[in-house]
Design a protein around this ligand. Structure first.
Ligand SMILES: C[S@@+](CC[C@H](N)C(=O)[O-])C[C@H]1O[C@@H](n2cnc3c(N)ncnc32)[C@H](O)[C@@H]1O
Length: 442
């Protein structure tokens, strides 16, 4: 499929002429026990919360006390088809600072070589992927069997044949995605979005676990490990595969940052490959794109391996963070029962650093859309004016006992981070509206 045309020279509104290449936004975009390396700390000491976790051996850490994936790398390299590039470092963005993100890097240790374009960053053999087994297909984007298999391995803990991977997964903090939030957090977020009138639309986050897992896969509502497996798959898998090492890479669609390509196994039994799309220098972070195929990313469509094209709000629903620019926004201004009326735009910065909106020719805003956007902007600003009051009523204090009407501070902060980006997108849509004569073409 051709890539949409973008013209960065035009500072205000411009067109994207081809847009109908969405394949569906379903994609996620989702050994033996090892000797523990000498440099270890118990999970709790390195500040990772593990809910419902099976007790496992501690995670290996580096000299800063950060998880370094040493056991994972050794486990993968011990397989004849397994390979992790020797320059790869797993660690924190700011070593030793637990508030900074864990991710994949090219080490900056003296003597470390760059990873060159087309070089393999990691090759993960089929035996080291948690998969739907014989049901695997390259063109399948959701699998109940994958989640079942993942839950089974999580329960096995150190006895899993994926133990080095499972240990890391069990140590992941839970509760970052809107679907996992407290009732109070979900209720307030739903209100902020005017109960389904703004994205992310409720079907992408509100009851996904109940709809997709409990109903769709006949999951057990009493099994916390199944719930954990569901959300781990949602935020980490590549379509239907859980892929160690690869899933340590953080997301970016910034063309200056995105530096990799990935290749799924053609069929059961084959390996997964993760490659450099350009030279990655020592000290640089290794980034993946979780929605590479969205029309606002600069990715070459030939490299569109997973067809994942989620808009920025859906990314928030599935992964719990708001991607930085470029962003892809889709609003539906229609009333219930009416035919869909979509506004679609890319938000980015031009070469002078100014915000820029790129419109899609067939879904530019008309008068009805402007009324919709303006009404919500006013409503959202009204909520912001009451933020301090709302905070005192809705956020749990440090020493406060659990209260059904209140949410943890992390949820509150996440909601307002999303608020800032949503308001910026709506303001930009209004400010950079297409001129009237272009509107007439609709
Ligand atoms: C596949 S994991 C990536 C590795 C992850 N950072 C870890 O510690 O294992 C996806 C999760 O990483 C975080 N993440 C990835 N890219 C991010 C970004 N650009 N900004 C903020 N959080 C990000 C989000 O919490 C997301 O749900």
């Amino acid at each position: 499929m051709p890539e949409p045309q973008k013209d960065h020279r035009i500072p205000q509104s411009t067109f994207i002429t081809e847009k109908d290449f969405r394949f569906g936004d379903t994609a996620s975009q989702h050994g033996k026990a090892m000797k523990v390396p000498s440099h270890i700390l118990p999970i709790a000491t390195i500040g990772i919360l593990a809910h419902h976790a099976t007790a496992t051996l501690p995670l290996p850490t580096d000299e800063h006390g950060d998880y370094n994936g040493a056991d994972l790398i050794e486990w993968i390299n011990s397989h004849p088809q397994g390979y992790v590039h020797p320059s790869v470092r797993i660690g924190r963005e700011r070593p030793g600072d637990p508030t900074s993100m864990l991710g994949l890097y090219v080490s900056s240790a003296p003597g470390t070589k760059s990873i060159e374009e087309d070089e393999i960053i990691a090759r993960i053999p089929w035996s080291h992927l948690i998969s739907p087994g014989e049901e695997y297909s390259r063109s399948k984007f959701f699998s109940c069997q994958e989640i079942r298999n993942l839950a089974k391995e999580l329960k096995l803990g150190d006895n899993s044949r994926y133990a080095p991977y499972v240990r890391y997964l069990l140590a992941q903090p839970r509760g970052a995605m809107p679907g996992e939030w407290s009732n109070a957090g979900k209720k307030f977020f739903a209100k902020l979005l005017d109960y389904g009138d703004l994205p992310p639309y409720e079907e992408t986050w509100l009851d996904v676990y109940e709809t997709e897992w409990i109903k769709g896969c006949h999951g057990d509502p009493e099994d916390p490990m199944e719930r954990m497996a569901f959300y781990l798959a949602s935020s980490r898998d590549e379509d239907t595969l859980m892929i160690p090492i690869y899933d340590m890479a953080n997301h970016s669609n910034d063309p200056d940052k995105l530096n990799t390509l990935s290749f799924k196994p053609d069929k059961v039994g084959k390996s997964f490959r993760f490659e450099a799309s350009r030279t990655i220098l020592p000290g640089e972070q290794i980034y993946n794109s979780y929605n590479r195929c969205n029309p606002c990313s600069e990715a070459d469509f030939d490299n569109c391996e997973t067809f994942s094209s989620q808009p920025t709000p859906d990314m928030f629903a599935h992964f719990g963070f708001v991607e930085s620019l470029p962003q892809y926004w889709r609003f539906d201004s229609s009333e219930e029962g009416e035919e869909e009326d979509e506004i679609e735009m890319c938000l980015s910065r031009n070469s002078s650093g100014e915000l820029e909106v790129l419109w899609f020719k067939n879904s530019m805003p008309d008068e009805v859309d402007f009324e919709y956007l303006s009404r919500h902007l006013k409503r959202l600003k009204g909520m912001n004016a009451r933020k301090a009051d709302l905070e005192s009523k809705l956020v749990l204090g440090n020493d406060e006992d659990i209260d059904e009407k209140k949410m943890p501070r992390s949820e509150w902060e996440s909601i307002w981070r999303y608020y800032d980006e949503l308001v910026r997108a709506i303001e930009a849509a209004i400010k950079y509206a297409p001129p009237d004569d272009e509107e007439d073409e609709l």
